[in-house]
Structures are given as C-alpha cells and as structure tokens.
Design a binder for this molecule. Structure first.
Ligand SMILES: [Zn+2]
Ligand SMILES: [Zn+2]
Length: 537
C-alpha cells in the first residue's frame, strides 16, 4: 500500500473528529483529534514514517490513543471507526440538515422514517408531501424545509473566519487543481460565498471528484458545469468548471463581489483574469479591492514580501506556546529583520501577565537571543493593558526602557463610548505608546466592536505619531479593512501584526496584510515595511 501523505492523514482524523462530534462524543476527544490533524498538516516530516518507526509520540499532542488510530490508518489505509460511525450518523443528512436549519437528531429521524439519504431524495419527499409522516415534523417545520430546499443554498448563518474559509476552499482547490474564489479570495473577514473554479474540458469528471472529496458530504445542486456541495457543517461550496479559454472569466465572476462584477458589464472570454481585464479595457484590480464598482488604476498595494518585521507576538512568558528564541528564529526564517516580543501585563488576568520584575527578567533573555541571532533584532516590547481609568499597567520607568509598546483594552469592552474613548486617548497620549492594538476589541461572531470613538482616537494618533494596528488573528481582524481605509485617510500609519501565540501564528501576517490591502494601504502606509532604523527604537 502506498504511504499516506500528511494531508490525507489529517483529513481522515478530521473526518473522525466530525463524526465523533455528531455522535455526541466528548468535546475533549473531538478537540484532541482536530488538534492532531492540524499538527500533522503542519508537520514537514512524513507522519506515516514516524508512525512506522514508533516515533510519532515525539510530536506534541499525540498521545497513546491517537497513536493507535494513526497506526491503524497507516497500516490498513482506513479507520474502522469511521466506517461504523458513517453508518450511524450519515454525514450527508447532517450536512443537509444544517443547511436547511434542522439538527442532527431530527435529520436522523427523517432519514430513518422516509429512507432518505441524499438531497434529491429529500426534495422528492418534500414535493410528495411526505415530510409530515415523520414524528415531530409539523406544518411549520415542513414549510421551513420546503422553503429552504426551493431557494438557492443559503449562506452560512455565521460567516466563516478567514482561516477556516481558506482551509476549506483552499483544500478543495488543491484537490481539484483549481483556484479558490468567492469571499475568501477577496479576503473578507467573514466569508459567506465559498467557491472553487476549475479549468477543464471534462466537467462531469470534475464534479464527480468534487462529490467524492471528504469535505463534501452531499451535492445539493448539479448542472452541466456547476455544482453546489455542502459540508458536514451545512456550509455550501460552489464549484464552477470552466472551459480553459474562459477560466479567467469564470474566476472573476466567482470571485465577486457581485456588485463589482455586475458593474463591469458583460464579461469577455479570457483564459486568465489579466486577459479579461485587457479585453474590457480596464486596469487589473487585485481581488481585495473588488467590492464597489471601480474601473480606475489601483494604487500599488502593500505586499506580504514588503513586511520587515512583526510588532506584536506572545511567548511562554504570558499565554504563548513558544519561547522568545523559538519565536525569534521563526521570524528570522520568514525573512524578517526584527520581531517585537509583546507579552501581556498583569491586568489581563485571564492569562498570565508580566509585572515590572518579569519585564526586566525577560529583557535578559531577549538580550541573549539578540546575541545569538544578530543582525536580526528581537525588540523588548509589551502589550500593555490600558486600565479602566486610562493608566497603563506598568510603571513609566519600565515602559521607557522598552523598544516597542503596544497598548490594549482587554477588560471593560462594554464601557460607554465616553469611557472607552477617554481611556484609549490617555494611552495614545502616553509618550511610551507606539501603537494601539486591536482598537475595537471585537471578536468576530462573538463580540461586537466596542463603542470607542475612533475618529477622536485617529485624530489624537495623528498628533502624537502613534500607529494603529490591524490585528491578523482570524477572529479579530481589528482594525477591519473599512477602518484601515479611514485610518490611512486620516493620515495615520498602521501596523500589520499577527498577535501570534505560536510559531505557526506568525503565518497570520498574510491575513493582516490582506486586510490592509482591502483598506487600500500601500507599503508607505504600513509602519513595519520600514527598516528598523526608521522605526525609531
Ligand atoms: Zn490583546
Ligand atoms: Zn496580543
């Protein structure tokens, strides 16, 4: 049997995790499998070899029970538990149910009573008025299911965060040798439209392969060149199979936004997007800017390769997973010139934070890292809490020693507009503060932006030369793209930071940079495209 690659192993573990989740297993075992899958996907060494040589437990987070599953998978190519669970919980029904707004249990009843296993069978049963034969389905639920089946598949109720959206459409695009499109390609912070475009002269084969992917549990629509599949979470993904000479045309269309595409008028045929733009007589527009109608020449947007350092990362000194040296080496390996270590201060409370003594002891460790890694520079930084009254959570003399001070509101996000604004303004006016982290404190899908008056904050930042961050954590993306545009319009510099809590988290720089690009930022607008000497540290 050929050795399984890491991606396939990770996919099988994720399938198992989803099935266990559906079958009501404990949150912890589901999470353990999901984490193991994530770890295996990120591991450069072939995991199948590590399993065979009995060394897989050396990977952090792989315990004895996961090792047993991995051994079975590597030796037999399958996991018996997946087959068992698939008979029991039927992911296709669960995915369809979630799409039409029914829970797994209700869908299982429906499947059993009516003998339904696919979207078509569900439609037929609905058309024949048989749904009400199912115990517990009354006229209201029946009407809801019929309505959901008649309209085009609904967008997910909560937009997908960038990391999940890219994992999903990026994975499908790789598997089908196509290109990810829809909202993730424009780097929207919460994706509703997910699409993949493939160039092929054999659309039926591509659609079959799409249907066979582990991510897709059922097809809910199928035409000659287009299909909509649904994931086990009920998220619809659109597949477009374009003839090769129209690949650019269909990619542009599927990337959206629809308002933008419609304003371009009828799209000419083109094998790639630049060809389509040329035929239109319109300058090429990067996907990040395709929201509102625009036919002009775009500015030279900031690029990931122009970033010279990350100014907001955590280590094991607070709630990070890697040491100062590990984070710094990883940053150097990304080609950066500098990295600011910005752990939390005490007031953050929910996780460990540093006091004045800790900050000075950390300084010794940072100095040692600098000796090893020169000319790369590790900056002594801090993510200093802004206290409820606007004071900072470290004494001024300690703050003055540091190279780079980010200031953040963590507790008290529900304060009034007046309180939050005063608090933030006090930090902006503090001479040590260089940038305000995640200024709105939002957690996408969980916590709305706080009430701070950003116009006032931007005005003060302009006066003091303070930057504002666009934070690359997928559930933050704060400032949002719209606010990046406002900040730049006000004359501010922004910082593109990851707020990484692990080496892997440094990869979120592309999310931050994409958000800056959506906010029309050029390299000149982004402080950390500058060499260290120009940062004034
Ligand atoms: Zn923070
Ligand atoms: Zn942070």
């Amino acid at each position: 049997m050929p050795a399984l690659d890491n991606r396939t192993i990770a996919e099988r573990l994720e399938t198992l995790a989803s099935l266990l989740d559906l079958a009501g297993s404990s949150f912890y075992s589901v999470r353990a499998y999901r984490r193991a899958a994530e770890l295996i996907r990120a591991t450069p060494a072939p995991v199948a070899d590590l399993v065979r040589s009995g060394r897989v437990r050396e990977l952090r987070g792989i315990g004895p029970s996961i090792e047993t599953r991995l051994r079975e998978l590597v030796e037999t190519g399958r996991l018996a538990e997946i087959d068992e669970l698939e008979g029991e919980v039927q992911p296709a029904l669960v995915g369809l149910g979630r799409m039409v707004g029914l829970g797994p249990q209700r869908m299982a009843d429906l499947g059993r009573t009516l003998g339904i296993r696919s979207a078509d069978e569900l439609r037929e049963a609905a058309a024949a008025g048989r749904l009400r034969e199912v115990p517990g389905i009354g006229p209201t639920t029946e009407a809801k299911i019929r309505a959901a089946l008649e309209r085009p598949p609904a967008a997910p109720r909560r937009g997908l965060l960038l990391n999940r959206a890219w994992e999903l459409v990026g994975g499908i695009a790789v598997a089908l040798a196509g290109e990810a499109a829809g909202d993730p390609r424009r780097w929207r912070d919460a994706s509703e439209r997910l699409a993949v475009v493939v160039a092929s002269t054999r659309p039926a084969e591509v659609i079959e392969r799409f249907h066979g992917l582990p991510e897709i549990v059922a097809l809910v629509e199928r035409d000659e060149r287009r299909a909509i599949g649904v994931t086990v979470d009920g998220i619809p993904v659109e597949l477009v199979v374009a003839p090769p000479q129209r690949f650019g045309t269909e990619l542009l269309r599927a990337t959206g936004a629809s308002r933008y595409v419609e304003a371009l008028g009828e799209l000419p045929a083109g094998a790639d997007e630049p060809a389509v733009y040329r035929a239109l007589g319109v300058p090429y527009l990067p996907p990040e800017l395709r929201e509102e109608p625009f036919r002009g020449e775009p500015p030279a947007l900031v690029e990931l390769g122009q970033i010279r350092g990350d100014l907001h990362v955590h280590t094991t000194w607070s709630d990070g997973k890697a040491s100062v040296l590990e984070m710094a080496e990883a940053a150097r390996d990304l080609g950066y010139e500098y990295l600011a270590i910005c752990d939390h201060t005490r007031a953050v409370r929910v996780v460990p934070g540093l006091d004045a003594d800790d900050v000075r002891r950390q300084g010794v460790e940072i100095a040692a890292a600098n000796e090893r890694l020169a000319p790369f520079r590790v900056l002594r930084g801090i993510e200093c809490d802004i206290l409820a009254d606007g004071a900072l959570d470290l004494p001024d003399d300690v703050l003055a020693e540091l190279d780079w001070v980010q200031a953040s509101v963590h507790a008290g996000q529900r304060q009034s507009r007046d309180q939050l604004t005063k608090r933030t303004l006090a930090a902006v006016h503090h001479p040590a503060v260089r940038s305000i982290s995640h200024p709105q404190g939002r957690i996408i899908n969980h916590r709305p932006p706080n009430a701070v008056d950003l116009e006032a904050v931007f005005a003060a930042c302009l006066e003091t030369g303070t930057a504002v961050e666009t934070n690359g954590l997928p559930d933050r993306i704060d400032l949002s793209a719209e606010l990046v545009r406002d900040a730049i319009g006000a004359g501010l510099r922004i910082t593109c930071s990851t707020d990484a809590h692990s080496v892997r988290g440094l990869g979120n720089m592309r999310l931050s940079v994409a958000t800056a690009r959506r906010g029309w930022a050029t390299a000149a607008d982004v402080l950390n495209t500058r060499p260290l000497a120009e940062l004034g540290v």
